[in-house]
Design a protein around this ligand. Structure first.
Ligand SMILES: N[C@@H](CCC[C@H](N)C(=O)O)C(=O)O
Length: 305
């Protein structure tokens, strides 16, 4: 039964994941919701809430102050939040799940579309469903990787590894290790030195080789803890592995493709000769429902129509 104080409407949500990086999806086309960090953390709580590694608010770009300038390039803006309520610039798995939501809601068709994010506009391609109805994979043009200057190290317990500093719009520290078990339980964020390299914190990836142009990772995400996948992290790992292996498509003129296994599945990532990184993987919407407004902060209810 739904209680509705002050006539507040229940909050509609959906649940989805991409390689088991899972999200609470909140459609808010006209940008009417005031979602505080505490609201997001409550919705993402796995025991007292819906549960998710993050939250995707679906807002028309024209209705969001951070995206209004992009409205002529992308109708929809992905307002991404980590599960602790913090804001991040970009979420690679989130973009695929966001696109799948638009498709399921009849707001986009299979084929090409553009989605605005805090890291800029991302081109997306939704492949057609297979004959047996399996949803087609989704490819996202993730932009170019940036390698900020300076050496960084990552430590877990008394072990320390050199790491590659990569920006995919959001920050990453990529450490090549002998075994994914070396990362320990990842309950706490690994120590990264120097801290000044990442003034807003960082995501940390631990990587092992599986074969030629095939790696596997575990990740500790800033603001979410260990997750079963991280799309931007997989791209950061791919470019770090490619450089280590002597591949630089911008210089050679030859694209290179890596398979990146994550605990929740597999992503295929290509760095093109123009430096653009393309990530392909699955995206699933699995449930929808409403949240009792009694449980929401007054801030959400107040801003609803
Ligand atoms: N899971 C995401 C990354 C989400 C943001 C990250 N935690 C950050 O704070 O930068 C992905 O798939 O890229």
């Amino acid at each position: 039964m739904t209680h509705a104080p002050h006539g507040a409407a229940p909050l509609t949500f959906l649940k989805g994941h991409g390689t088991e990086n899972d999200f609470v999806i909140v459609p808010d086309p006209d940008g009417l919701l005031d979602l505080s960090a505490a609201d997001v953390a409550r919705l993402c709580d796995r025991r007292a809430g819906i549960g998710g590694d993050g939250l995707l608010r679906v807002v028309r770009s024209a209705a969001h102050p951070e995206a209004a300038a992009l409205a002529d390039q992308a109708e929809w803006f992905m307002d991404y939040r980590n599960s602790d309520g913090s804001i991040a610039e970009m979420c690679g798995n989130g973009v695929r799940v966001f696109a799948r939501y638009l498709q399921c809601a009849g707001l986009a068709d299979a084929g090409d579309l553009a989605i605005a994010t805090r890291a800029g506009v991302r081109g997306v391609h939704i492949a057609k469903d297979a004959d047996d109805g399996t949803p087609g994979d989704i490819t996202v043009r993730m932009g170019r990787a940036v390698f900020p200057d300076g050496l960084v190290t990552v430590s877990v317990g008394d072990r320390t590894w050199p790491a590659v500093h990569v920006s995919m719009g959001n920050p990453h520290a990529v450490a090549f290790v002998a075994s994914l078990d070396d990362a320990g339980d990842l309950l706490r964020a690994p120590a990264v030195v120097p801290a000044e390299a990442y003034p807003a914190g960082t995501n940390v990836e631990f990587v092992v080789d599986r074969g030629p142009r095939h790696v596997a990772l575990r990740v500790h995400e800033r603001g979410s803890g260990e997750t079963r996948s991280c799309g931007t992290g997989a791209c950061a790992v791919m470019v770090a592995a490619a450089r280590r292996d002597g591949h630089d498509p911008v210089h050679s003129g030859h694209p290179v493709t890596y398979t990146v296994d994550v605990p929740g599945g597999r992503l295929v990532i290509t760095e093109r000769a123009d430096g653009e990184i393309e990530m392909t993987g699955p995206a699933v919407i699995l449930a929808q429902g409403t949240v009792d407004p009694v449980w929401l902060s007054p801030g959400i209810a107040q801003h609803r129509p």
